[in-house]
Design a protein around this ligand. Sequence first.
Ligand code: GLC
Length: 733
Amino acid sequence: MTPNELTALLQSMSLDEKIGELYQLSATYLDVDAVTGPADELGLSAEDVARAGSCLSVTGAKVLHAIQQRHIARQPHHIPMLFMADIINGYKTIFPVPLGQGATFDPALVEECAAVAAREAAAAGVHVTFSPMADLVRDARWGRVMEATGEDPYLNAQLAAAMVRGYQGPDNRLTDKGRLAACVKHFAGYGAPMGGRDYNTVELSPRALREDYLPAYRAAVEAGAALVMTSFNTLDRVPSSANRWLLRDVLRREWGFDGVVISDWAAVKELIAHGVAEDDAQAAELALRAGVDIDMSTGVYARNLKALLDAGRVTQALIDEAALRVLELKNKLGLFEAPDKDGSEADERALLQCPAHRDAARRAAAASFVLLKNDAAFWPLRREETVAFIGPYAAEDRLHGAWSVFADDHDCVSLAEGLRAAYPERRMTFAPGCPLLGPDVQISAYQPDPLPDPDAALAEALALAARADKVVLALGEPREFTGECASRTDIALPACQLDLYRRVREVNPNVGVVVFGGRPLDLREIDAGAQAVLAAWLPGTEGGAALARVLCGDDAPTGKLPMCFPRGVGQVPMSYDHLRTGRPLTHSYLDARFCSQYIDAPNESLYPFGHGLTYTTFAISPVTLDRADMTAGGVITAAVRVTNTGSRPGTETVQLYLRDLVGSVARPVRSLKGFRKVTLPPGESADVAFTIREDMLRFWNIDMDYVSEPGAFEVYIGADSTTDNKAQFTLVK
Ligand code: GLC
């Protein structure tokens, strides 16, 4: 349809039809076979349900075709429905959780994962995915850190844009086959809830919001994301779904976003619980005025907008503006001409978990693993070694993240399956040793299957450990411990697993630990006693196959931490790019006690942002700059030489950090501004150069202007955020 045809369509629609475009119902209301869904729970009539312009969480070409045909037939203007779903880390081929994808530091690979997810979900009839989740996360207590790509604004921005390109295509031509419209979420600041407790209050300064939390959403919008989802939380005590400043001033006026704003699940109705709306009617009024186009999964818009219009509390223009945006989105997807878009049972059969997609999943899983420690070259395992693989994750095949909504529970390749398939000739034994959770843990949301005889399981594991050259412990928190409504007050491994670790080490000190899960965990005791530690996250469909190859050396780990591993929950929230404070550890004018520190732990994380080892070693030369001063409009080239100083080929991710030594406001001790992967054979070197531009020095200054300020800057280039490999330049104006 042309814009004029769309406008004409809007003008020909009744008020009921226009309002119908502004609410979304879940699958339960639209079950083709159900006579009536729980519509009455929402006070919706059958006509209300019939008018819903979109639905979520139902997939499948055949089912969606039936829903679409019925909907179009009942629509006075035969306007097709939008089908949306949470395709977060894959549809049926499951990729590492986004936090694991963050560890790849590989935008092209993350884009490929999103593109595969789009091909599969589009074949299943889906039009929109509620991804990328671009929330910055610095608090490991929050269950949804698994769904984010980490603690750094720059890395998150790169990867959020990559996901949008993967879903929508580099040219954002949504009518093309295999594309999904991307919905960036949760706008804004949802990743910083107080206490790490989901849905809790977010208190951010305007400067912290703009400096750290908004860049990734903006990158997704600038990459062309077709939708934005409002977050559950308040910002400066204003719930996002009622935040006109956020939605109309920042998102639409400043950033130029002209797509659809959809609320999170019931977030419009929750304006009542927040205490900013007396009732549904006021909630609807506040949200529509703020700029929320679609009310997800409640009847608040459906039941109140007409009366609000009659009462003059909202205008026809507001309703038309929102309805036209939804029609424009349907038009961008080509739904008026092709209501089923890509939905095809034949394509589903051909694409879902096809070999090419599984290969992408295995490559992504391998690239997500982060080698945190590897003393005495514990890994890779040698062919002649007898190795006992012990722990509840050794044979666990539920390796898909909490938002793998459409995955089949036992679809993933477990570590044991991966090892047996690839290395049948090796001497390997396997035993769980303990359950994922012991009887001491009572978490209402989840109770794992208990082992039939825990004592026998432990005895079997210890016997295998005693007879092995090495033990690889496969430990981690249950996948149900992460995701939405899964905040924890502690980030320790389950006690039964720590006990297993201690008992195994008593019979065999040659222990390496693979840690699974969706958040950084407290690994102090593991780090102190294990020779090697590797973070595997929740690696998805091919997780075990990829891990087998990495542990046995056919692949090498290349991941880098996108979020630091704290020494314990007492340190969080934390991030590498903190401010210096007036009493840093290095100050010298007072007794050493009087500085910003703990009396019971160091300030630093256990494993820092950007950290990750591999099976060789690299040397990075001192930083050289091609000039000492940067003038307005000028650039500086910072370079290092990277050398593979080990005996195996390997990949290093060289990271560029900048530091503004003095600003009109306090500045971070450093900020990531670039990274480059370098793969080298043993003994070889490569030069890596970064171009530093003036715009990379800009920040929100004392007047809340986004500018650079003259003065001295330090350039750090190294293998993680703790590098002290630096040089200095001056910005002159
Ligand atoms: C959930 C989540 C959001 C998701 C939506 C639809 O509550 O907060 O991320 O996309 O509802 O499932």
